[in-house]
Structure formats: C-alpha cells, structure tokens
Write a protein that binds this ligand. Sequence first.
Ligand code: RB5
Length: 143
Amino acid sequence: MVALGCDHGGFELMQEVIHYLDEKKIPYRNFGTFDTKSTDYPTYARKVVNSILSGESEKGILICGTGIGISITANRYKGIRAALCSDCFSAQATREHNDANILAMGGRVLGPGLAVKIVDTFLNTPFSEGERHKRRIEMIDEV
Ligand code: RB5
C-alpha cells in the first residue's frame, strides 16, 4: 500500500502518479488534496506519515510545489525517511542505502515523464540490507 499526499502545488503531478499506479495496479490511499485550491502542505505530510507509522502503508509519495516543505515536515517524525528526488539515480540510491519510506517530489520542478520514472524506480528498488546501511539508518533515529 502506498500513501499519497500533496498540496495545491503538487496536485497536477499527483494525478500523473495516480494514473501510473492505476495502470500498474499498485494499491494506494489518497489523502489529498483533491484540487488546486491553496492549502497547507504539513496537513498532507502528517496524514501520509501517520499511515506509514501505523503500518497501514508501506511507503508514501508526497508532492508540493518544490517537494521541500512537505519533505521537511515528514522528516520531523521518527521512523520516517523522506527523500526529495529529482532524478532516478537518487531514487534508486535512497532505497538501497537509506531504505527511504517516502518519496518527495516537486510538482513545479519535474515534468510528468521523469516524475513517473522516479516513482517507478523508487517503488521497485529494494533496500540493499547491507550492514553499514542498517547501522547508519539506526543512527538517524538516535538523533
Ligand atoms: C505553495 O505555494 C508552496 O510553498 C509549497 O507547495 C511548497 O513548495 C513548499 O515547500
């Protein structure tokens, strides 16, 4: 299960992500926003975070205008590793090295073609399970 959240700045790109998930038959929960009316990105970051921390969702995708505000908010929560990605290399590396559980993107930064490839890479790349990566991830939660 993938939890989705965006603000007005991410709404249009999120429709592309939803189209991709529907095509691939990947289950998701959409926590909004549901239109382009101005709204506050922390609201949607929290909803996606809660869905992950409760065990309802395995991963999340968050989109605001830049991806910055919504990822900063998500990363305030222990156990959340939100990675702001604008390229496929980073999306692959953050799954392999950081076991990132949220992908953040900027709706005003990325075109739909690249964004969907980033989502595909993020959702299909497993954590490398390397001992050094596990140790570093544990150190994040000690902060
Ligand atoms: C909203 O205008 C914009 O500030 C928001 O989508 C995001 O880019 C914040 O980081």
